[in-house]
Design a binder for this molecule. Structure first.
Ligand code: M6R
Length: 599
């Protein structure tokens, strides 16, 4: 949610900030703005809409400055227009702020400041920060920022400039901020993707910490004003991984990267018939597992539940992190809380983690972004190693999450003294190649997609371990194509959704072989009998299925437990091609953001 980038150094700030902003646009694209400090003056340029609108401003090419802050917005408080775009200035235009997060007590602060004579121009919570810092400013920006933040409730990642100070002040509570240390320059951003082109040496700011960054030095403090020393870390991702490399969209590239992504998740973790994970979890203590996550990560959690219960016998619940955090859930020392998050920054998932830690629960994370807040706060965990996922619709992270959950289930089984079936391991190792066989048939799915551009609704049905795949297929379609889609357990259809079936209702069935294959066929007949359109994903080519289906997509055969890893691929491609053929912005669908750092 919102992207921040800030620069101080010997180069011209504006091109660097614009380049950094473009890489962060997936975090929000309601408006964009930039502020540079030069000759004791702050100059702000902002536009509503995407960064491309900001780029059109000719004045940007004339500015020469070495310090600046910039922002791409995902609107929370105030409409997505130019006035509400960041950066926001204080009353006298001396202080500029960009902010990611929510100032929860902004109304009371605004009332107080208004009474003191401050005049506000926007509807945002962020503008309050600029005025509050100005109120406390007495010649030292860092001190004023600390004082202001002591009065603030909520979350923030901020970058602040003062017209007379040749430095950036950065602070964080709840919203990510990374400081990239380059050669005679520092680049600050919400995400490493904007830093990697310049340096791989970074410092992660933790909650309630502040950085004061000058032209040639920096210092870190906590919000009590005490000096701290965070380690300098090295980012492992490289620039090629965050480029599109000839694909029309990041989403398509990421779908095609899936074989390699899951190879990376497995690398070094399956050796000589053994699962190797480095866990600091006391497995003997676990009587119950709760998995908390959001969106696509919640879907992988549902698959994980099937796998964990089957292979370990440990009762496993799956909760939306946003529900878990506020519910009076029964959590104690016998529970293992697993949190799953691609970004490692999702506010609800982080809150779920913190709640469990407070209750003395063991915690375990499956996270993709190295060094992210959740990754740093879990007691133990595995990185997915999916590489950067830029498309707002999650694809490769989902697959890697399922693989990591499978490895975790098998690891616990192994630690309990049970053997792992070598055939299962062989089948797991064959999955990347089988996924590639499906991605290579992307054009077939494009042809099928072309027939459904005018449909307004879709139903996705699956059973057992493929029910979450139906949910994921429906989520992919709705988020990027704006077609209403629902995922359902196939047998539940007759308890309500069957009323929707008619000749305008495409129903996607996941009908690969397994315990409930015949039952799914019966559900297909029920749809056929009511004139519904059937799109079938199956590993079983037979004349009867062909007769039932309007479109049949045959996928490679594997074990039922592994089938979600293959079955989801045609659903990702179907959603992608429908959205692309409709001419929509696949990588940046409306109203969404990649990393949801507000609740
Ligand atoms: O980064 P996270 O895995 O915690 O994100 C969770 C959801 O916000 C995310 O999966 C979202 O649902 C995606 N847009 C789905 O494609």
């Amino acid at each position: 949610m919102c992207g921040i980038v800030a620069y101080i150094g010997e180069k011209s700030a504006v091109p660097l900030l614009m380049e950094g902003l473009k890489k962060l646009e997936y975090r929000g694209y309601d408006s964009a703005g930039i502020c540079i400090a030069c000759n004791h003056r702050l100059e702000v340029i902002k536009r509503s809409g995407r960064i491309a609108e900001l780029e059109k401003v000719a004045r940007l090419n004339e500015i020469s400055a070495r310090i600046g802050i910039a922002h791409t917005r995902w609107a929370t408080h105030g409409a997505p227009n130019e006035i509400n775009a960041h950066p926001h200035l204080s009353c006298h235009g001396e202080i500029a702020v960009v902010h990611n997060g929510i100032i929860e007590n902004f109304r009371s602060l605004k009332d107080m400041l208004t009474k003191e004579g401050h005049q506000f121009t926007s509807d945002t919570d962020t503008e309050v920060l600029a005025h509050l810092i100005e109120k406390f400013y007495q010649g030292d920006l860092a001190t004023a920022v600390i004082k202001a933040l002591h009065n603030v409730e909520g979350t923030f990642g901020i970058a602040v400039l003062h017209k007379d100070e040749e430095r950036l002040v950065i602070a964080r509570r709840g919203s990510p901020i990374i400081i990239g240390l380059g050669q005679r320059e520092t680049i600050v951003a919400s995400d490493a993707v904007s830093i990697i082109p310049h340096t791989k040496k970074v410092i992660y700011l933790n909650d309630n910490e502040i950085a004061i960054i000058g032209m040639h030095d920096y210092r870190l403090q906590n919000l009590n004003g005490e000096s701290i020393a965070n380690d300098i870390q090295e980012i492992r991702w490289n620039i090629e991984q965050i480029e599109k490399r000839g694909f029309k969209h990041f989403m398509l590239k990421e779908i095609f990267e899936q074989p390699e992504a899951i190879r990376n998740t497995m690398r070094g973790r399956i050796t000589n018939g053994q699962i190797k994970l480095s866990l600091h979890t006391d497995i003997s203590r676990i009587k119950r597992i709760i998995i908390a996550a959001c969106g696509t990560s919640w879907h992988s959690a549902l698959i994980g539940k099937n796998l964990i219960e089957k292979y370990t016998g440990i009762p496993t619940e799956v909760d939306y992190a946003s529900e878990f955090r506020y519910r009076q859930s029964i959590i104690n020392r016998d529970v293992l809380l697993i949190v799953i998050s691609q970004s490692g920054e999702t506010a609800d998932t982080l809150a779920a983690l913190r709640k469990a830690k407070t209750a003395g629960t063991q915690t375990f994370g499956l996270v993709n972004v190295v060094g992210s807040t959740i990754a740093r706060e879990v007691e133990s965990g595995v990185y997915l190693h999916a590489g950067p996922e830029i498309g707002v619709a999650s694809t490769k992270a989902f697959l890697c999450q399922v693989v990591a959950l499978l490895l975790l289930a098998l690891y616990i089984k192994q630690q309990n003294g049970e053997q792992i079936d070598p055939t299962l391991l062989e089948k797991i190792e064959a999955i990347p190649e089988q996924i590639q066989q499906v991605t290579e048939r992307s054009d077939e799915l494009r042809e099928i997609a072309a027939a459904y551009l005018a449909n307004r609704n879709f139903l996705y049905l699956g059973r057992g371990i493929n029910y979450p795949v139906a949910l994921e297929g429906a989520l992919k379609l709705k988020e990027i194509s704006y077609i209403h889609a629902e995922g359902y357990p196939a047998a539940e259809m007759k308890h309500g959704p069957i009323a929707l079936i008619d000749a305008n209702m495409p129903v996607v069935f996941i009908a690969t072989k397994g315990a409930v294959f015949d039952k799914v066929i019966s559900n297909m007949q029920e749809v056929k009998a009511r004139g519904g359109i059937i799109l079938t994903i199956t590993d079983h080519d037979n004349p009867y299925l062909r007769e039932l289906s309007n479109h049949l997509m045959i996928v490679p055969e594997t074990l039922e437990d592994l089938s979600p890893l293959i079955n989801v691929i045609p659903l990702q491609l179907l959603a992608y091609h429908i959205a692309d053929l409709k001419g929509l912005n696949v990588d940046k669908p409306r109203n969404l953001a990649k990393s949801v750092t507000v609740e």
